[in-house]
Design a protein around this ligand. Structure first.
Ligand SMILES: [Fe+2]
Length: 284
């Protein structure tokens, strides 16, 4: 393990992804290290704050030191009926929509792959952990792209991939009724570059469970490429796996990672509180 040279002390968790920051809540809320944290987020893509134990109010305030918080509505609107700044990731309401969404989280994806501007980052705090399973994994899609042979990188940069709700839906319902298929087809769909050329100069692969097909490619060749690149990007050297303890907080760069939860019993009480930072650039 090496200590990264930043003002805020950080320790690499693996060579290519993940840093641990041991500090206190007051330091984080002061905003003093916000710039360092953003820089570290861009280079290490996953930041772990072990057992820091923030309250919702503290997590919301910390999120606001780093960018523009985005409200989310996962069906648990507040008393005023408006989306809440804290998103509950759990199966407490036991509604089918939430359950399907939790199951979709078991597949590698990035959030907002069908949006013009995907969210920049997510921050998850563990309130209750699963007795078995439920770890979260992230893959560094910048490091994965950089590790490809140069000729392949150049060829991939010209390709576009359609990300679609219907493609995601088929993972959990491979033999839909026609009515179910039609409904999934009415959901969002968006053509995106396969390689995201970030304004910072970084380049990342945009693949995962919403990737339906590569534009202009034969179906089998398209599937071959999408499976191969997702498999490539999620090799152990690009992945950090977090085993949650109550009070852990983990932040990740959604624009440079794929993530997934490892399977767990959905009704076990596992509960994460999530805040998000609004995206700052389109996939281009
Ligand atoms: Fe997600």
């Amino acid at each position: 393990m090496t200590v990264t040279e930043m003002t805020i002390p950080a320790i690499d968790l693996t060579p290519l992804i993940g840093s641990r920051i041991d500090t206190d809540i007051e330091t984080l809320l002061s905003g003093r290290y916000a710039r360092d944290i953003r820089a570290l987020l861009a280079s290490r893509v996953v930041l772990v704050f072990p057992e820091i134990g923030m309250t919702d109010e503290q997590q919301i305030a910390f999120t606001a030191t780093l960018g523009t918080p985005a409200n989310e509505n996962n069906g648990y609107a507040g008393p005023d009926g408006k989306p809440q700044p804290i998103y509950r990731v759990d199966a407490a309401q036991n509604d089918q929509h939430a359950i399907r969404r939790l199951r979709n989280n078991f597949l590698w994806h990035l959030d907002g792959s069908m949006h013009e501007v995907p969210i920049l980052a997510s921050i998850l705090s563990a309130k209750q952990v699963a007795p078995a399973g439920g770890e979260t994994e992230w893959a560094n899609t910048c490091a994965a792209f950089a590790a490809l042979p140069e000729a392949e990188r150049d060829a991939l940069e010209n390709l576009r991939v359609v990300h679609a709700n219907w493609a995601l839906a088929r993972h959990s319902n491979p033999e839909p009724t026609y009515a179910e298929f039609e409904q999934s087809r009415r959901g969002p769909s968006k053509s995106q570059p396969l390689v995201w050329k970030h304004r910072s100069g970084r380049k990342s692969l945009v693949v995962g469970s919403t990737a339906a097909y590569v534009e202009g490619m034969e179906p089998l060749d398209s599937l071959d490429l999408l499976v191969r690149l997702r498999d490539w990007a999620t090799q152990p050297q690009f992945v950090y796996r977090h085993e949650w303890k109550v009070g852990d907080m983990v932040m990740w760069d959604n624009t440079a990672t794929l993530h997934r939860a490892r399977p767990y019993e959905l009704n076990c009480g596992r509960l994460m509180h999530r805040t998000v930072l609004r995206g700052e650039e389109p996939i281009a």
